[in-house]
Design a protein around this ligand. Structure first.
Ligand code: PLP
Length: 378
C-alpha cells in the first residue's frame, strides 16, 4: 500500500480543453478564451469586481504589493506561520515584515495582537486564511479602516471558502489565489489577483503585461501598444487556463469530494482526540471552509517525528508544514516578530497534515485512520 500526500486534481476534460486551445482557438498565449471563461466564472461565483489570472499566487501577491504602493521601509504585518511567498512579495518592494503571533485554534493571525504591532510605518496587513478557514476579517478590516492600512488577503488556500457569506479574497483591498497543483483547483502553476476597486484595473493590466498597454490594444481602445509604465510578465498561458477551466466547471464536485474526505477524517478521529492523543482542527461558526487540508496536532515535535516515520513505514505520506518565517535566515534579515511568540513555534512543531486530494478514496482515508489508531506512543 502507498498513499501519497498529494495528487494533482484531474476531473476529465482538462486535456480536451488544452487541445481545443491549441487546435481550435489557436491561442496559447495569455488572455485567450479559456482565461476569459475562468475569470468570468470567478466573477460570478465569488462576486468580485475584478479578477486577473496570474502565473502564481506568489505573483498575485507581488502585484498586490506593487498596486498597494508598498515602498522601501514600509512595514507589513502578517503571521510568521505562512508560506515564504506571503513575505517575499513585500520584501521585493523593500518592505520590513512585522510578524504577529497566531491563534492556536485556527492557526491564523491573532487579530487581537495586530493593533499593538502597528507603527507610523505600517502600510498593510496580510491575513493568511490557513487551511481555507477564514481569519477574523471584521476585526482586521476595522483596524485597517481606523489606521488607513491596506489589506491583502493571502487566500492561496481559500479558493471557494467563505467568511459570513463572502468569498475569501474579496474582502480586503486585494485577494490572492493559488492554482498550484497542491491546491483545491489547479492549472499546474497559476493564481489570480482579485480587487473590488475598478481604479486599480488599468495599472494591474499594465503591470501584468510587461509594462505595456497591450490589454487596451486588444480591446481596441488604443491603435498600437507601447511601454507605458513599470511592468513584468504575470500572464499565464491559455493552455494552463484550459486545464483550470475543466476544474472550475466541476468545482462543486471537487469541493464536495474534499469535504466528504475531511468530514470522514473528522468523524473517525474524534475518539482519538477524546483519548487525548491528538487535537483536531477547529472551524469558527463564521467560516465555511473548503477542505483544503486536514491537519492534526500531537503533543510535541518528538511525537510528530516518530508518528510521521511510523506512517511512512506503512506507505502513508503525511507531512508537517511551515517552519515559522521569523526564525529562518531571510526572516531574521527582513523582518521582526512583534510581541511574544506564544503559539507560532509551538503549534508549528505539533501540526501535521493527512493525505487530502480529489482522487483519494474513502478506503484510503480509512487506512490512514486505522494507522493513526494503531500508533501507541502518542
Ligand atoms: C501555496 C501558497 C502560496 C503560493 O502559491 P503559488 O501559486 O505556488 O505561488 C502562497 N501562500 C500560501 C498561504 C500558500 O499556501
Amino acid at each position: 500500500m502507498r498513499i501519497d500526500f498529494n495528487r494533482p486534481p484531474f476531473v476529465g476534460k482538462e486535456l480536451d480543453y488544452i487541445r481545443e486551445a491549441a487546435q481550435v482557438n489557436r491561442m496559447l498565449c495569455g488572455d485567450g478564451p479559456f482565461t476569459k471563461l475562468c475569470s468570468q466564472w470567478m466573477k460570478d461565483h465569488f462576486v468580485t469586481r475584478q479578477v486577473l489570472l496570474t502565473t502564481s499566487c506568489t505573483h498575485a501577491l507581488e502585484m498586490a504589493a506593487y498596486l498597494a504602493d508598498i515602498q522601501p521601509g514600509d512595514e507589513v504585518i502578517m503571521p510568521s506561520y505562512t508560506f515564504v511567498s506571503t513575505a517575499d512579495a513585500f520584501v521585493l518592494r523593500g518592505a520590513r515584515i512585522v510578524f504577529v503571533d497566531i491563534r492556536p485554534d485556527t492557526m491564523n493571525i491573532d487579530e487581537r495582537k495586530i493593533e499593538a504591532a502597528i507603527t507610523e510605518k505600517t502600510k498593510a496587513i496580510v491575513p493568511v486564511h490557513y487551511a481555507g478557514v477564514a481569519c477574523a476579517m471584521d476585526e482586521i478590516m476595522e483596524l485597517a479602516d481606523r489606521y488607513h492600512l491596506k489589506v491583502i488577503e493571502d487566500a492561496a488556500q481559500g479558493v471557494n471558502a467563505w467568511y459570513k457569506g463572502r468569498a475569501l479574497g474579496t474582502i480586503g483591498d486585494f485577494g490572492c489565489y493559488s492554482f498550484h497543483e497542491t491546491k483545491n483547483y489547479s492549472m499546474g502553476e497559476g493564481g489570480a489577483i482579485l480587487f473590488q476597486d475598478d481604479s486599480y484595473l488599468e495599472a494591474a493590466e499594465i503591470l501584468r503585461e510587461k509594462g505595456t498597454n497591450r490589454s487596451k490594444f486588444f480591446r481596441g481602445q488604443v491603435d498600437k501598444y507601447t511601454w507605458v509604465d513599470y511592468g513584468s510578465s504575470y500572464l499565464p498561458s491559455d493552455m494552463n487556463a484550459a486545464y483550470l477551466w475543466a476544474q472550475l466547471e466541476e468545482a462543486e464536485k471537487i469541493n464536495q469530494k474534499r469535504l466528504e474526505i475531511w468530514n470522514f477524517y473528522h468523524r473517525k478521529l474524534a475518539a482519538l482526540a477524546r483519548q487525548g492523543a491528538v487535537e483536531q482542527p477547529y472551524v469558527p461558526d463564521y467560516a465555511v471552509h473548503n477542505a483544503h487540508m486536514y491537519y492534526l496536532k500531537v503533543k510535541d515535535l518528538d511525537t510528530r517525528t516518530r508518528l510521521l516515520a511510523w506512517l511512512k513505514e506503512r506507505g502513508i505520506l503525511s507531512v508537517f508544514h511551515y517552519v515559522p518565517l521569523h526564525s529562518s535566515a531571510a526572516g531574521l534579515r527582513f523582518g521582526r516578530f512583534h510581541g511574544e511568540d506564544v503559539y507560532t513555534t509551538r503549534e508549528s512543531e505539533r501540526i501535521f497534515r493527512l493525505p487530502m486530494y480529489y482522487s483519494l478514496t474513502l478506503d484510503e482515508a480509512a487506512a490512514v485512520v486505522k494507522a493513526l489508531y494503531e500508533f501507541d506512543q502518542y
